[in-house]
Write a protein that binds this ligand. Structure first.
Ligand code: GDP
Ligand code: IMO
Ligand code: MG
Length: 457
């Protein structure tokens, strides 16, 4: 199955037959990866879906974000939370890979590994591969994240509500071409040290209150680098071999979510990476041709952590009920999540960008006690329905949500294991969502643990 570029291919590329256009017909494009992506504002239950699929995966990859993510996996009553490690690390038979699109805070990575090792996760460092092209998050990036939040608050009277994990400043360093990567840390340390010092100076000129003990930082980074060294590979070549070697089941675990995407999210109240499907290609170095299924994960309602527009938010007893019943507290920051009704406008928008092949609808059980359930089906501006999701936040704030109301099923669904176990009113709710987005719902979540997932087909 190995891929070789031949002159024949080149000819067909430069001289396409008029009738078929620029098409390369190949049947050896290699293994396809399955991508799991958040379809709302994060915390949809991606970790749980990945864990479910990872039980039979050979590889699980993270392609973007950093330890701003918090993915919960519950196995045999034990709860794990993952931030930088792919959730598939639980599966002792699969390889976990952190791709070039991820930003890595080394102290955070090892702290996470060590913490999970104490919970019984053995040998994680033997099955973790890290791309040499991934950018490094330094402690001062995290301090700067906090300083920027303070500055936003002072200048605009509001901040973003970031996780303060240094995500924005690190992706800024990457884009301004002053960032440092894993390959730099493991290369000539003298060169790394001088570039590190330059980067510190740049940030200190922007933020004069920033103090950095450069020598202490470099000493620690050298130690972390040596611990990391055995895990580091050329990520592009590693993925190429995985795609074109023996048949493999490869999963990509998205972090954050569509509405937090730097290009498509509710800018500027977003994170700093592409959390939509393109991020899987750029964050791993794989061709679009190798993308197979794209599974979107959505809760049966909506939540959001941090600041920013949230058209279906319920600042009332319903919102409080969803927050308490759903234990809606951020895994990374411990902040209460804002809660509201399911918004099908954002799910349709996420589908336009990602082209979901199926959806996992989680936390249906949280709705079990409600008398009636609403779903946002359209936005109106000046009384007129709009067909798109507004880019401008002022416009989004003005959008009026049109709701469809459903009777609650008022039945405990947590023990349901198949479609027929669900009450008819819950089935009706699920079918409505499916029809409205135009994407089949493949799983329905009714509880935290692995077995609480109804598979529909
Ligand atoms: P992620 O960031 O998308 O991986 O999601 P988080 O782990 O941050 O948040 C999802 C939360 O919902 C976690 O506490 C999960 O254990 C929990 N969860 C996931 N699916 C279900 C479900 O179907 N029912 C219930 N009750 N909890 C769920
Ligand atoms: P998972 O993978 C929920 C939000 C933050 C903040 C904004 C920017 O667990 O779904 P950042 O620290 O990235 O600069 O913060 O994005 N945010 C998330 N919210 N789940 C996440 O990840 C998030 N990652 C970032 O709360 O509003
Ligand atoms: Mg989360």
């Amino acid at each position: 199955m190995s891929f070789t570029w031949s002159a024949k291919d080149h000819k067909s590329y430069t001289n396409p037959p008029a009738a078929t256009g620029l098409k390369r017909a190949r049947n050896d494009t290699g293994n396809k990866v399955t991508v799991v992506l958040g379809a709302q504002w994060g915390d949809e239950g991606k970790g749980k879906v990945v864990d479910l699929l990872a039980t039979e995966a050979d590889m699980v990859c993270r392609c973007q974000g950093g330890n701003n993510a918090g993915h919960t996996v519950v196995v045999e009553g034990k709860e794990y939370d993952f931030h930088l490690l792919p959730s598939g690390i639980i599966n002792s038979k699969s390889i976990s890979l952190i791709g070039n699109g991820v930003v890595i805070h080394l102290p955070g990575l090892f702290e996470e590994g060590d913490k999970n090792e104490k919970k019984g996760l053995k040998g994680w460092d033997k099955r973790l591969i890290v791309s040499d092209r991934a950018h490094l998050v330094f402690d001062f990036h995290q301090v700067v994240d906090g300083l920027q939040e303070t500055q936003r608050q002072a200048q605009e009277g509001k901040n973003i509500g970031t996780t303060k994990k240094g995500i924005g400043p690190t992706y800024s360093s990457k884009a301004s071409r002053t960032g440092l990567r894993v390959c730099d840390l493991l290369g000539d340390f003298k060169d790394f040290s001088s570039r590190f010092k330059n980067l510190v100076q740049q940030y200190q000129s922007m933020y004069p209150s920033l103090t950095v003990d450069v020598e202490d930082q470099l000493k620690k980074l050298k130690e972390y680098g040596e611990r990391l060294r055995p895990m580091v590979r050329d990520g592009v070549y590693y993925m190429y071999e995985a795609l074109h070697g023996a048949p493999k089941k490869i999963l990509v675990e998205g972090a954050n979510a569509a509405l937090l995407d730097i290009d498509f999210g509710t800018y500027p109240f977003v994170t700093s990476s592409n959390c939509t499907v393109g991020g899987a290609c750029t964050g791993l170095g794989i061709p679009p041709l190798n993308i197979g299924d794209v599974f979107g994960v959505s809760k049966a309602y909506t939540t959001r952590v941090g600041i920013g527009a949230f058209p279906t938010e319920q600042l009332n007893a319903v919102g409080e009920l969803l927050q308490t019943r759903g234990h809606e507290v951020g895994v990374t920051t411990g902040r209460k999540r804002r809660c509201g009704w399911l918004d099908l406008v954002i799910l349709r928008y996420a589908h336009m960008i990602n082209g979901f092949t199926a959806i996992a609808l989680t936390k249906l059980d949280i709705l079990d006690v409600l008398d009636e359930i609403k779903v946002g089906v359209a936005y109106k501006l000046n009384g007129k329905r709009i067909p798109h999701f507004p880019a401008n936040m002022e416009v989004l704030h003005k959008a009026e949500v049109e709701y469809e109301t459903f009777p609650g099923w008022k039945t405990d669904t947590s023990a349901a294991r198949k479609w027929n176990d669900l009450p008819a009113k819950a089935q009706n709710y699920i079918r409505f969502i499916e029809n409205h987005i135009g994407v089949p719902i493949k799983w329905v979540g009714v509880g935290k643990s692995r077995e609480c997932m109804i598979q529909m087909f």
